[in-house]
Design a protein around this ligand. Structure first.
Ligand code: AMP
Ligand code: ZN
Length: 494
């Protein structure tokens, strides 16, 4: 029995600004598109948080038995910076003295390596913007034919006012009216070429400095920022598909433009459910590539950043992210990670105790009711903090069973174990890597003690008894006892 038949899920749809019952277009199947990274620098933890939220959502749908086609793109075509001078990929290529496509490759590889460390599942299709230039040109042609785009000086713009005059609803997602749109439009963005300030670029004629460029009927140039996602999502998921995701900062203009482009091309609403994740902050400010207010996943895994008291494992970081709802802001700090680490270890310890629980003829615990609470939390717009609270109820149950204050039958123990397993590992995507991190700490400790043993031996060889005794006594004060024998010195930790 597919679990999706018995689990009705509510998702918060940004389009209606309310929780709605999720009904896929085709029963048992889901089309999911998530905006991927722009690959001109290392992904920071904020980016990872957004992708992790969709990884968790993807995992839950798979667990329920849905057949999911998950498409997450790579933005590898250079788009314009705010000053309209150069795209970020070209700028980085100049800085690093590399080809733009070398930059793209370098940071795509980095992105994949980071995601692998955090135990992400791969999407089914990972299309690139540069691999879909032909489709983007075709979409622009269609919008020109439909009279909702115009050419100007080798560039092509989307005619927002005409779109709205013909029944379009630009602003429908971000809930902005035209005045808001105009005041949020970058003044330098092709202003003299546009009919109206709110129009956005579908194709831009390349200036000499712009390295990434392709021929088109209008000019040698490059596609506008928003077009790739319209083209790639509808190519692989159909003109209307189930779920489109991304960070909240992409709602306007990126996703607003996607809706308009799709309607202008295909005369249909592209997406049934828009899911947006909230931001990870650092010092109360959004983590961001461009402002430098960010922390890289690699820095947290190694502990090499002034903002950290120590290193943290990938699962602890993942647990930290999952402790907040995907639509809530989350502030990063070393202290918060340390608190998550304690919670994570408690969960892992309890999980490993399951094998030692003694079974009885009957249960004093209602495991079915607890299981239902876990599903209810996830069915309510993927509420992972509530789920985690229920998993800690599971920890309490395990501890009570261990202390023999409660009893459990064989069947219920199997159910308890399998539900803990499913939610901790399959859905939250955690790994039991506490042993690896403890192991790494132990290796470091024994390395340091061995070094001190060698120093003490040198001191003794030099008849420096004072230093030799000092090393022994200081280590003893730290709970590390040295024992001299005929084969050398060994140590034990109390
Ligand atoms: P970008 O590579 O800048 O296009 O960002 C990739 C994804 O990360 C997008 O979905 C962004 O919305 C998301 N994102 C960027 N900054 C943050 C942040 N501080 N917290 C959470 N998600 C973010
Ligand atoms: Zn996108």
């Amino acid at each position: 029995m597919e679990l999706y038949k018995t689990n009705s899920i509510k998702v918060y749809n940004s389009l209606s600004k309310s929780k709605e019952e999720f009904k896929p277009i085709l029963q048992g199947n889901i089309g999911l598109y998530v905006c991927g990274p722009t690959v001109y620098s290392n992904v920071h933890l904020g980016n990872v948080r957004t992708f992790m939220s969709f990884d968790m959502i993807y995992r839950y749908f798979l667990h329920l038995g849905y057949k999911v086609r998950y498409v997450r793109n790579i933005t590898d075509a250079g788009h314009l910076t705010d000053d309209n001078a150069e795209d970020k990929i070209s700028t980085k290529a100049r800085l690093e003295k590399l080809e733009p496509m070398e930059i793209v490759q370098k940071y795509t590889v980095d992105f994949h390596e980071i995601l692998q460390k955090f135990n992400f599942l791969s999407p089914n299709i990972e299309p690139t913007a540069t691999g879909h230039i032909v489709e983007q040109i075709e979409a622009i042609k269609q919008m020109l034919v439909n009279g909702l785009a115009y050419e100007s000086n080798g560039s092509v713009y989307f005619d927002v006012l005409k779109y709205n005059a013909e029944g379009g609803d630009y602003g429908v997602l971000s809930k902005r009216n035209m005045d808001d749109v105009i005041s949020n439009t970058r003044q330098l963005d092709g202003q003299s070429e546009k009919k109206n300030p709110q129009d956005f670029a579908l194709w831009k004629k390349a200036q000499p400095a712009h390295i990434m460029r392709w021929p088109s009927p209008w000019s040698v140039g490059f596609p506008g920022w928003h077009l790739e996602c319209t083209v790639m999502s509808t190519k692989y998921l159909g003109e209307t598909f189930d779920i489109h995701g991304g960070g909240m900062d992409l709602k306007f203009p990126h996703h607003e433009c996607e809706i308009a482009q799709s309607k202008a091309c295909n005369h249909t609403n592209p997406v049934n459910y828009w899911l947006h994740t909230n931001m990870l902050t650092l010092n109360g400010q959004k983590m961001s590539k461009s402002t430098g207010n960010n922390i890289l996943p690699g820095e947290i895994l190694s502990g090499e950043n002034d903002k950290l008291n120590k290193a943290f494992s990938a699962s602890v970081i993942r647990f930290f992210c999952m402790q907040a709802h995907y639509r809530s802001m989350l502030d990063f700090s070393s202290d918060a990670l340390e608190a998550s680490e304690k919670g994570y270890q408690k969960l892992m310890t309890a999980f490993s105790e399951l094998k030692n629980i003694k079974v009885s003829d009957s249960s004093t615990i209602d495991v079915e009711a607890w299981k239902q609470q876990c599903y209810d939390a996830m069915n309510d717009d993927f509420n992972t903090p509530i789920l985690i609270a229920h998993l800690f109820d599971g920890v309490k149950i395990i501890n009570q069973l261990k202390e023999e204050n409660e009893t459990i039958s064989v069947e219920d123990l199997q159910l308890l174990s399998s539900i803990m397993q499913i939610f901790i590992f399959d859905i939250l995507g955690l790994n039991n890597d506490s042993t690896t991190s403890d192991g790494a700490e132990e290796d470091k400790l024994s390395g340091v003690v061995e070094m001190l043993i060698k120093m003490r031996k040198n001191a003794r060889d030099n008849k420096d008894w004072a230093l030799s005794d000092e090393i022994r006594d200081e280590l003893l004060a730290l709970g590390i006892q040295l024992k001299d024998g005929k084969d050398g010195t060994i140590f034990s930790v109390n």
